[in-house]
Design a protein around this ligand. Structure first.
Ligand SMILES: Nc1ncnc2c1ncn2[C@@H]1O[C@H](COP(=O)(O)OP(=O)(O)O)[C@@H](O)[C@H]1O
Ligand SMILES: [Mg+2]
Length: 273
């Protein structure tokens, strides 16, 4: 079958510098299997895009990798550590190495933006208040939010600003890895393109590794190094957008070779500033 094409395997060579390694992952809810022996590698320093139909298990995969959803079988290693079997102290140390932006955004509505960014600092670091405030301010600048947004509540922010504030919180502990679930969903195309540029800039300047779930073909084309296609409970193919366009699988063809896919790569595509 096509998915055995060695070129588009989700497994990188043993020599690759891998930040996240998923092997034989099985997840499910009651009698429903969501992931059926899924394999995936995320190389250190890359932006890996994850696509798949609605309900295919993208968010559950992310949540399972970061330990929020139990796996039925398989292994996940993150930055060389076995994420499932590490003792609690090692797991806590590992959790400090990644930041997460959930699909729902999930800023605490009762906290200001600065207080939101300080939440992970309070959980993991014992820092004096002024130091936390200064760090929160630095994170806001890093994501391009004006300093007066510190004291605002999430309800006072636009959609794009909320996403940036969520990103600032994900960056709070200076992580090596970022997990982003549909960060540009619901944003207008200009805000989405600006957010993509920000992600790329952060990756380039901070050397981050990104696991990025997105429906947005423009995002995939503009910033992802490789794209993994989730379907039938596993990664059907993983490669560059150009490689996936050539890949002979109905869903992959429809997604990357269909009219929307072609439009996204044509003259109407969002441009990277
Ligand atoms: N906590 C849960 N309990 C039961 N079913 C769930 C739960 N979370 C997700 N699911 C189901 O798992 C499947 C994959 O969900 P999800 O990963 O959120 O999809 P998506 O690819 O759209 O992000 C869906 O059928 C969803 O209904
Ligand atoms: Mg989802």
């Amino acid at each position: 079958m096509e998915r055995s094409s060695p070129l588009l395997s989700p497994i990188l060579p043993d020599s690759a510098d891998v930040a996240v390694r998923v092997r034989g992952l099985v997840t499910g809810f009651e009698d429903k299997i969501i992931h059926d022996h899924l394999d995936l590698d995320v190389a250190r320093g890359e932006i890996l895009g994850l696509v798949g139909g609605s309900g295919s298990g993208k968010s559950v995969l992310m949540r399972t990798i970061i330990g929020l959803n139990p796996a039925r079988a398989g292994h996940v290693s993150i930055l060389g550590q076995d994420a499932f079997t590490a003792d609690p102290e090692a797991q806590r140390a590992l959790r400090r190495q990644w930041g997460v932006l959930f699909q729902e955004g999930a800023l605490f509505s009762g906290l200001t933006v600065a207080e939101n960014i300080e939440v992970p600092m309070r959980e993991f670091l014992a820092l004096p208040e002024p130091v936390m405030a200064a760090l929160a301010g630095a994170r806001l600048r890093q994501v391009g939010l004006p300093s007066d947004s510190c004291t605002k509540y999430p309800s006072e922010l636009s959609g794009g600003m909320k996403k940036r504030a969520g990103l600032a919180r994900a960056l709070a502990l200076d992580p090596q890895l970022l997990f982003l679930d549909e960060p540009t969903a619901g944003l207008d195309p200009i805000s989405a393109a600006a957010f993509d540029n920000l992600i790329k800039l952060l990756k380039d300047t901070l050397g981050l590794t990104l696991f990025l779930i997105t429906h947005d073909l423009d995002t995939l084309i503009a910033i992802c190094d490789r794209v993994a296609v989730l379907g039938e409970g596993r990664v059907l193919a993983c490669g560059t957008v150009d490689e996936l366009r050539q890949y002979d699988h109905p869903w992959v063809q429809q997604y990357f070779g269909g009219p929307r896919g072609r439009a996204a790569s044509g003259p109407m595509a969002r441009e990277l500033a």
